[in-house]
Write a protein that binds this ligand. Sequence first.
Ligand code: PEP
Ligand code: MG
Length: 573
Amino acid sequence: MLKGIPASPGIAFGKVFLKETINTENLIKESENPDKELKILKEALSESISELLKLKEKTLKSMGSQHSEIFEAHKMILEDTEYTGAIENKIKDKKYTAAYAVITATEEIRKIFAEIPDEYLRERAADVKDVGERVLKNILGIKTELSELEEKVIVVADELTPSDTADMDKEKILGFITAKGGRTSHTAIIARTLGIPAVVGAKEFYEKVRKNDSVVFNGETGEIFINPNEEILETFKKEKERISRINKILDNYSKKETVTKDGKKPKLYANIASSKDAGDAFAKGAEGVGLFRTEFIYMNRKVEPSEEEQFVIYRNVIEEMKGKPVIIRTLDIGGDKEVEYLNFEKEDNPFLGYRAIRICLDRKEMFKKQLKAILRAGVYGKAKIMFPMISSLEELREAKKITEECKKELEKEGKEFQNNTEIGIMIEIPSAAVISDMLAKECDFFSIGTNDLIQYTTAVDRMNPKISHLYNQYNPAVLRLLKTVTDNAHKNGIEVGMCGELAGDETMAYFLAGIGLDEFSMSASSVSKIRWLLSETDSEKASEDVQKILEMDSGHIKKFLENKLSEIKKILN
Ligand code: PEP
Ligand code: MG
């Protein structure tokens, strides 16, 4: 048995799809047989063209011609003899291998484009790079596309980036296992949103697993078996049956109201990244959207989305939620989320760097497009604006000032907008938690981002599996901050929610009910489970226990909360 970090519950069994990374370090550069290399190149080119045709068709159906045209442009590059001729010449004249000829010719052409003053043509540099990588992968026989899976598989990768998962074929994915990442890494969050089992940080497994292996794993315990025998499979099958029996009971809670044993009514919201997620969230009983991660709108494309384009997306989400509140978080890129066309410089400490609100306050024009789109979409239901990564009063004031400017501009443009849109902030930086009494006086609501708050409070990189044991949600420093923030919000008459992953963590429900959290926002797939747990929790009693908990060390806190949870869960067995 091998182990990783449990990231999304459920049992999965199936064939492995190894998403390999391109490693060009040990690549053979020269060949004695140019004819053979030319043949390899020809085959890779035609394979790439047919992939692009398929992608174009698929994207046209799912996202429309605006997004599919890019694949036509890529195909045209492959049909341009200036590009293919340059590669062939390197094979013939310099005796390069097909792979090395593609790498060098692509880089030369990419550079020419990158230096063109015209912005449109300059952007084509990224297309040339993309196309070159596709051909290279086909030459090396590397499979990386999650959008073209032929059968149901367990996706295994070193790490999955947001661009990998953006256009993946979700129906074909039984589970995810990655070598890197922690409970709050992108793979883990996506898996929980989709309700797909996942284990992350499984480095040893990743080193051992081979193409065509079969794997069974448990996303709740992190246990993984490669090529399991009948006996192991039987045990997992029984566990799967047990889980589905419990899930059936919990499913009933998707349509109920959230009420604690002592009659409190916290709200259960969902975290989403698209209008499709919003539809799922509504169906699974979410009472609103507590976090719409808008950065995905900016990713996997060549130019920044316009105000109009964003307006349509936000309106769709708001309409899917049928009048329930939708908290739209303004752009939170940087850190692990890259956006190529914005041309950020590489940073040594991206999580402490040019990120989120820092970028928006610096690139005001881009920020304004998003704010105006949200303000306008609010007319179709109830939108709320939320700023990420606020660390000071000045940042909040500046962001609010820009929002006011947007309203004035919309008025002048004669466009309708939701004038009373509430403005809230994420509390995810310790400085914000410490001055939450002051911040609460200048905004309408808080939402605690525990994914980052734990990382910054304990100085533990949330992505680094080597120190994942130190990324500890039970650290009393973290829990004391949660209590401080909640108290400060309530003293100043504003509501406090939580959209970090702790809100959907079973062991935390008791503590969060005890400090009086007003709103829990989580993956839609966790809503029923947490609603059931809260319905079995006496928040008055929990609040008495909070003082005791805050005096314990992390080990004892964990034990205490796990015991509370298993007391409640006994009912289910
Ligand atoms: C958080 O930090 O808790 C959060 C919800 O934001 P993200 O995970 O997108 O950084
Ligand atoms: Mg965050």
